[in-house]
Design a binder for this molecule. Structure first.
Ligand code: SF4
Ligand code: SF4
Ligand code: SF4
Length: 174
């Protein structure tokens, strides 16, 4: 089975709970026969059943080593405690945190996919996960993927600009 068909069934939060860098690497590992179909907590039983049907296998329980299924949650920043260090910005795969250096930060709940990747980045532990408001539905896998692709593109552009700047400075100095 091709990895793209497998990836199309994954939630696209890029949370890494499956043990891989993101949904695409996990789908590639399944396609190679190196990963089980039961390692994605955000997808839970529904994703396992869809993968089992696609691959002609028996559904399995979610592997507890990868985590548990949880109700939809979003990140929340305690703005009183936020020191504006901006360390939570780079890990967010969908750029759902607004703020700049030395300014208070806040989460765009509509874009947040609950991946929790921002939490370990915060030096003052002011990010927590809270239940998602019923009136604010979670982003779809397609939205998650589109935002992640945009994030990757922005990151690559910044990296390239930085490399060019460094090269120019070296030329000037040299
Ligand atoms: S959403 Fe599932 S497949 Fe994607 S990174 Fe998270 S655990 Fe892995
Ligand atoms: S704000 Fe935090 S929990 Fe929400 S998508 Fe970004 S990194 Fe993940
Ligand atoms: S990492 Fe924590 S303290 Fe730093 S900007 Fe983000 S929320 Fe604020």
């Amino acid at each position: 089975m091709d990895a793209a068909s497998i990836e199309a069934l994954l939630p696209q939060t890029q949370c890494t709970r499956c043990g891989y860098e993101g949904c695409r690497p996990y789908s590639e590992a399944i396609a190679r026969g190196e990963a089980g179909i039961n390692q994605c907590p955000p997808g839970g039983a529904r994703t396992i059943e869809a993968l089992a049907a696609l691959l002609g296998r028996e559904p399995l329980p979610l592997n507890p080593a990868n985590g548990i299924e949880q109700p939809e949650r979003v990140a929340f920043i305690d703005e009183e405690r936020c020191i504006g260090c901006a360390r939570c910005l780079p890990p967010c795969p969908v750029d759902a945190i607004l703020g700049a250096s030395r300014l208070m930060h806040t989460v765009l709940a509509g874009d947040c996919n609950g991946c929790e990747l921002c939490i370990p980045a915060c030096p003052v532990d002011c990010i927590t996960m809270i239940p998602r408001e019923p009136a604010s539905p979670p982003p779809t896998p397609r939205e998650n993927r589109a935002r992640y692709d945009a994030h990757l593109a922005r990151t690559a552009t910044r990296r390239e600009a930085r490399a060019q700047l460094l090269a120019a400075r070296k030329r000037e100095a040299g």
